[in-house]
Write a protein that binds this ligand. Structure first.
Ligand code: PFF
Length: 455
């Protein structure tokens, strides 16, 4: 492939790690993880989640890295290079489609974070009562124009980073935004822990209650690991196609897994102590972030309005930044595909992707208001896309990626990529192969069956 020879690379190891971690850290960590933890028994869920990340997530992430770096192509092109003429290429097509669909609905919620950042910034939450937060969220999300406008703004921001390119756009923005995100999280963790009664929230996070563990909890934890680590659609394989030959794939996977998990747990440490300290239940789903939490901030810091103001503003900025580093990665999956497979310039490819996502995103955005009666299989358009991608396409993609590297791809290629041509020691190689050949496909098969409601 000619294009692959002069393909750009990330400029540094840390840039590569931060970009991949930026993809992983997102609304999945700050919204979905606390909510899943709240619903599935707290610390017990976290332990199972950690096990899933270590024994399934990391090996599959390494498989995506092997596929991406060896092929040096977008996720669909990768299978054309590695398995020419075979049906494996459908993994790639499904990944591109999944990336496009997730980007379109994820941008709607990402857009909400901008509205809430603005509201927090102009002090719009001060003096509001519990019921006011619910009414104002419902009024906002049902309004046909405002959320749509924010979604477009969010996609345009994502677009701006993508057209700046891999090094100057994706890598540079990750190097700026990820440290900001870490600082914001640390400050918020300290604030939350200093609240009176915070220990109850902490106990909930740290003391496992195994009586709540059902087979469904295992399966939810695995599903969460997939979404949170951005696995199953070739997002990390697209980023790995920009890794250079020196990047240590095992170490990078471990760093990304650790960063993603730490951020998720710290989001829990921000949200649970704050919620428990004011006696609010932490299992409210999407409304946790947009109805419950602003209320928590007002109640927790009611005596010192300036603190409530700063805490809410920082939290929504954190959320918007985390969402942005993730939308950039999804956009890149589709842009790289359109650019390389349809042979159009990168800028034009990015234009197509942004425009397409805006059009589809409009339907998702309106599905909270005027289109709420338009149902597909009993779900709104937004819920349908969410279910289709996270419950069907990601687990299926992950399973196929594991099978592809475990059974189809030449063992020598996998070894050379993971050991950087024999220069690195990889004592875990056999273990890795065992997981991708047997353990991961079977385990994911189980999630898949469960998600479809068969179990
Ligand atoms: N991992 C992101 C999150 O936790 O919010 C979501 C995501 C990003 C999923 C990129 C899939 C993807 F390709």
């Amino acid at each position: 492939m000619k294009a692959s020879q002069n393909r750009v690379n990330f400029g540094s190891k840390i840039g590569a790690i931060l970009a991949a971690a930026g993809s992983a850290v997102g609304l999945g960590n700050i919204w979905r993880f606390p909510y899943e933890t709240g619903n599935n028994g707290g610390a017990a869920f976290i332990l199972i989640y950690l096990a899933c990340v270590i024994i399934m997530g990391l090996p599959i992430m390494m498989s995506e890295f092997v596929i991406g770096r060896h092929s040096r192509a977008n996720t669909a092109g990768a299978y054309r290079v590695l398995a020419p003429g075979s049906p494996w290429r459908f993994i790639g097509y499904m990944g591109v489609l999944a990336g496009f669909l997730i980007l379109s609905y994820y941008s709607v919620v990402a857009g909400w974070t901008l509205e809430y950042t603005l509201q927090a910034g102009i002090g719009g939450f001060s003096g509001m009562k519990a019921e006011d937060f619910a009414t104002s969220f419902i009024a906002f999300s049902q309004n046909p124009w405002k959320p749509m406008l924010w979604m477009v703004v969010f996609l345009v921001l994502t677009h701006a980073v993508i057209v700046m390119g891999v090094k100057k756009g994706i890598e540079k923005s990750a190097k700026i935004m990820m440290p900001m995100l870490f600082i914001l999280i640390l400050v918020l963790v300290c604030c939350s822990l200093s609240l009176p009664g915070a220990d109850k929230g902490l106990k909930f996070l740290l003391q496992p209650d195994f009586s709540k563990v059902t087979p469904g909890v295992f399966l939810s934890a695995m599903g969460q690991a997939f979404f949170s680590l951005s696995l199953g659609l070739g997002c990390l394989s697209t980023y790995a196609s920009y890794f250079n030959k020196e990047t240590n794939l095992g170490k990078t996977a471990l760093s990304v897994g650790c960063i993603d998990t730490c951020v998720a747990i710290m989001a829990g440490i921000i949200i649970f102590p704050a919620a428990f300290s004011v006696g609010i239940s932490p299992d409210a789903g999407p409304s946790l972030l947009f109805i419950t939490l602003p209320n928590v901030f007002q109640l927790a810091f009611g005596d010192i309005p300036l603190l409530a103001y700063i805490f809410s503003l920082m939290f929504y900025i954190l959320l918007a930044l985390a969402a942005l580093t993730s939308t950039i990665s999804m956009h890149e999956v589709v842009t790289a595909f359109v650019h390389e497979e349809w042979h159009v310039s990168r800028n034009r490819a990015a234009n197509y992707v942004t425009l397409g996502c805006i059009l589809l995103g409009i339907l998702s955005s309106l599905s909270f208001g005027v289109l709420s009666h338009f149902l597909i299989g009993g779900m709104t358009f937004f819920d349908f896309l969410d279910a289709l991608t996270s419950k069907v396409m990601l687990p299926l993609g992950g399973m196929l990626i594991a099978l592809f590297t475990g059974w189809y791809l030449n063992r020598q290629i996998v070894w050379e990529e993971i050991s950087n041509g024999g220069r690195l020691k990889v004592p875990y190689f056999k273990c890795y192969l065992l997981v991708v050949k047997y353990f991961a496909p079977i385990a994911i098969g189980l999630i898949f069956i469960n998600e479809l409601g068969v179990l």
